[in-house]
Design a protein around this ligand. Structure first.
Ligand SMILES: [Zn+2]
Ligand SMILES: [Zn+2]
Length: 852
């Protein structure tokens, strides 16, 4: 028989997660079959790295190549589309392609052990023949090798698959690792065994017991004899028409009702909180009403109670219109971009869920992106309620193994609805029909480390490549997206009213300069706000107060020499945290003792100046001792659970007031809140950042949107020192269009986005000398390089001149032509490399969100 005309290329190019803008060529040993888009293990500078194969070829490189150690995947982990997307990101953001791929794949947990062996039919036959003939195979090889092969087959015949480590133990033959590897490779060639990519799902996943309601429940509370005798009414369960309904005791009823209310599934762990004994659950399991199944741990449901089902609402005309337009874009099966501009409380989430359900009914996939922590729990509860097992949720609280697990579920097609934060944009879904980016303006979509991509913009590009629809949703769209919509790059869909026509809250501005003049002292809570809070508390309504700065006092000042306590790693003030009795740098996390005298002059006259959320909480406690006050900021919220707990407490009426940073501003739907106080949300207006006005407008609008989402109308008291600033004025009037017109004018004059592309080039070093020399040299190079149509500002000291021990200088590039700007940046990187400036010390941030 003629040999199969299949030729395995002899070389592969591998993208490694190292800070170098290139792929590396390796030789492929005979018998190994790496795939493009799959991972390989390779030697790199005395280390082993796993990387992604980007090309297979027969072109020997000029230098001597090393060999691939192991091919880790039989099938690509990045399909053609995701590979292409990764290359686009590397190109657009000038990021090393290997580092981009690493960011796209949450599979770090698998790099250690990813391979197992499984016996084939041919292997079973060989084993059978060996058993009858007394020798595993006729060959001239050493009996010892044959013995190993025999034992391997014997061991594998008993089980589904086994790792190399287990095989070594099972064979009981002292062969070296390399010898065993060679033997196994030989057996693979003989097709007795196959190597498998062991999915993390089977491998690394921690499994939890989940209770599943096993029978349809008619959750009506029937009046029963028990009820008449004063006991709790019993719940009737009708498992099937044939069986008579059985009565349950109170504990059993509680348990079943809880399960039913959670969509019929809950981790056993979550049921423990119900205060019913283990035997209750065991009894129900025995009676066949509940089944216990294994589930990956990350699938634990959000403990935030599902909100009123979004589908119980009658959709408004505007919502229906939005649904129809999105449905049309999905149905077109080509790229379509929509900007869904819905004011706070207009029911955007319900629209998202309805669209995703439609997509799922067509057997296609969708991805919902949400900002970092704010929306995840509430949205997760809704998603579980609507989609059950079909949804995979990716968020920052997951461990590596859990993340890998979700990734595999998605890739196997078990979850076609994906929701998550930034990196969920890379979810390996098949037949992608729709990507939704909620709160598209949120800065958490921008990754502030390499690769510095913006998930919103990547979502648009991915949709383009997939021929899918992309919906950017927001109450306060970014200037860029709104501009694109105005230019008809996106279709603009508006939800101009709140659900059930609830009015937007009335906003009252309190001028804090005037407050100072009238009261003669610096106030944190104005008289007006205090009066309004008192009124709400008396009416048993709820209050939120925003102060966008955590800690107790942001500055420690010496009255003798005028110096402040600075972080030893950064040129910023240390913040006083009173309860934890420490000073903390909010930029690098450095912690120090609370000073009792000045570090510069030794004076004892050190003062703690200014107010953070911790102090605000204390102040409010003092003013309203009877009120139950909770706080939500990064000091009180360590994980998703703390966050959910605080929101649940507010939702259930266990709190009267919630104080916090911008965390409280995002997307929560708490119906009892009728007053929102804003204390110093306009501090950002004093920062040297061209997005300061936009951010302030967005934050003010978002937090104002928390008021009056229930039956009672809401009110906002906005304290400000910038009362005439247009961001404050437009936010107070809920005048979105007005703000955007004004801000666009400013951007046009200043050549800022959306009129120009912008990039921030940061040169950093722990040595001041290096930072100065390098930025000076690059400044010189920019000066003598022709770059028509590109403005280069700098070098200048960055607004935060020292951060995490690095001294920082920067350039800002602006150009109406992104292509020209990126070409110049590429040339600059080449120049930096030629001057031996380490790649990690030159940070190129394309479409920078922070210029600090
Ligand atoms: Zn001093
Ligand atoms: Zn610091």
């Amino acid at each position: 028989m003629p040999a199969l005309a299949f030729h395995m290329p002899t070389f592969c190019d591998v993208a490694l997660a190292v800070p170098l803008d290139m792929a590396f060529t390796y030789a492929i040993p005979p018998g190994m079959e790496p795939v493009v888009g799959g991972r390989v293990l390779v030697p790199f500078r005395q280390q082993r790295f796993s990387g992604i194969v980007v090309a297979l070829h027969d072109r020997p490189p000029r230098v001597k190549t090393k060999k691939v150690i192991e091919a880790l995947d039989l099938a690509p982990v990045l399909d053609e589309q995701l590979l292409k997307l990764g290359k686009w990101i590397a190109d657009y953001y000038l990021a090393p392609v290997g580092e981009v791929f690493r960011a796209m794949l949450p599979l770090a947990a698998e790099f250690k052990h990813a391979v197992a062996y499984r016996i084939t039919d041919a292997g079973r036959m060989a084993l059978h023949l060996a058993g009858t003939s007394g020798s595993p195979a006729r060959s001239k090889r050493a009996p010892e090798e044959q013995l190993v092969e025999f034992r391997v087959l014997d061991y594998l015949a008993e089980r589904e698959s086994a790792r190399e480590e287990s095989l070594r133990r099972a064979t009981h033959v002292p062969v070296s690792t390399s010898k065993l590897k060679a033997l196994l490779a030989g057996m693979v060639r003989k097709k007795w065994i196959v190597r498998e990519d062991v999915s993390a799902a089977r491998d690394a996943a921690r499994v939890v017991k989940v209770a599943v309601l096993h029978v349809p429940v008619e959750s009506r509370l029937a009046a029963s004899p028990a009820a008449e005798t004063g006991q709790a009414p019993s719940l009737h369960i009708s498992s099937s028409p044939a069986k008579p309904a059985k009565k349950l005791n109170e504990n059993q009823r509680t348990l079943i009702e809880t399960l039913a209310a959670s969509g019929g599934r809950l981790p056993v762990e979550a049921l423990r909180g119900l205060d019913v004994s283990r035997t209750t659950l065991a009894t129900l399991v025995r009676r066949g009403l509940i089944e216990l199944v294994d589930a990956p741990q990350d699938f634990a449901l959000s403990r935030l109670k599902p909100r009123q089902s979004p589908f119980e609402f009658e959709f408004s005309a505007a919502q229906k219109d939005a649904l129809a337009k999105i449905g049309e874009a999905v149905g077109a099966r080509k790229f379509g971009g929509l900007l869904l501009h819905g004011i706070t409380g207009s029911g955007k989430t319900a629209v998202y869920l309805a669209c995703m359900r439609e997509v799922l009914e067509q057997g296609r996939s969708s991805i919902l992106l949400v900002p970092e922590i704010g929306l995840t729990p509430a949205v997760a509860a809704d998603l579980h309620q609507v989609f059950g097992d079909e949804v995979a949720i990716l968020h920052s609280g997951l461990s590596d193994a859990e993340r890998a697990d979700q990734w595999h579920r998605i890739r196997r097609g078990e979850a076609r609805v994906v929701a998550g934060t930034r990196s969920a944009v890379f979810a390996p879904v098949g037949d992608l029909a729709l990507i939704i980016v909620d709160e598209e303006q949120d800065s958490s979509y921008k990754q502030e480390e390499t690769p510095r991509y913006n998930a919103r913009d990547v979502a648009v590009m991915r949709a383009k490549m997939a021929g899918a629809a992309v919906v950017l949703g927001s109450a306060t769209p970014s200037l860029e997206s709104y501009y694109n919509a105005k230019k008809s790059k996106y279709a603009l869909v508006e939800l101009p009213d709140r659900v059930e026509m609830r009015p937007l809250p009335e906003v009252e501005i309190v001028d804090m300069r005037q407050e100072f003049q009238e009261t003669g002292k610096e106030q944190v809570i104005s008289r007006k706000l205090a009066e309004e809070i008192r009124e709400r508390l008396e009416k048993k309504e709820q209050v939120m107060v925003l102060l966008n700065r955590r800690g107790y006092s942001p500055v420690v000042l010496c009255r003798a020499c005028g110096k402040t306590l600075q972080c030893k790693n950064c040129a910023v003030s240390m913040t006083h945290h009173k309860r934890e009795r420490k000073m903390e740098c909010h930029y690098c996390g450095h912690v120090a003792h609370i000073p009792d005298k000045c570090a510069h002059c030794g004076s004892e006259y050190v003062y703690f100046v200014g107010t953070g959320s911790e102090k605000l909480e204390e102040l409010l406690h003092g003013m309203f001792p009877q009120a139950r006050i909770g706080r939500l900021d990064r000091d009180t919220v360590r994980g998703r659970e703390d966050f959910e707990q605080a929101l649940n407490a507010l939702n259930e009426g266990a709190l009267d007031m919630l104080v916090g940073t911008q965390m409280i501003a995002k997307g929560h739907d708490i119906h009892g809140v009728t007053l929102v106080g804003v204390v110093g949300a306009d501090m950002a207006l004093g920062l040297p950042d061209f997005r300061a006005a936009e951010r302030t407008f967005q934050l003010l609008t978002q937090v104002a949107g928390r008021a009056g989402r229930g039956q009672s109308p809401g009110k906002v008291v906005l304290q400000t020192y910038f009362q005439d600033h247009y961001a404050v004025q437009f936010a107070a009037r809920h005048d979105f269009a007005g703000f955007y017109e004004k801000e666009l004018q400013f951007r046009a004059w200043m050549h800022y986005p959306p009129y120009s592309a912008i990039a921030n080039v940061l040169i950093r070093s722990e040595k001041l000398d290096d930072a100065l020399t390098w930025s000076g040299a690059l400044g010189h190079w920019f000066e003598k390089t022709r770059h028509e149509g590109i403005r280069v500002l700098g070098p200048a000291a960055a607004p935060i001149t020292r951060l995490k021990r690095d001294y920082r200088y920067h350039f800002i590039l602006k150009s109406p032509s992104r292509e020209k700007m990126n070409a110049l940046l590429r040339a600059m990187l080449a120049e930096a490399a030629a001057r031996k400036i380490p790649r990690t010390q030159v940070i190129v941030d394309v479409d920078a969100v922070w210029l600090m």
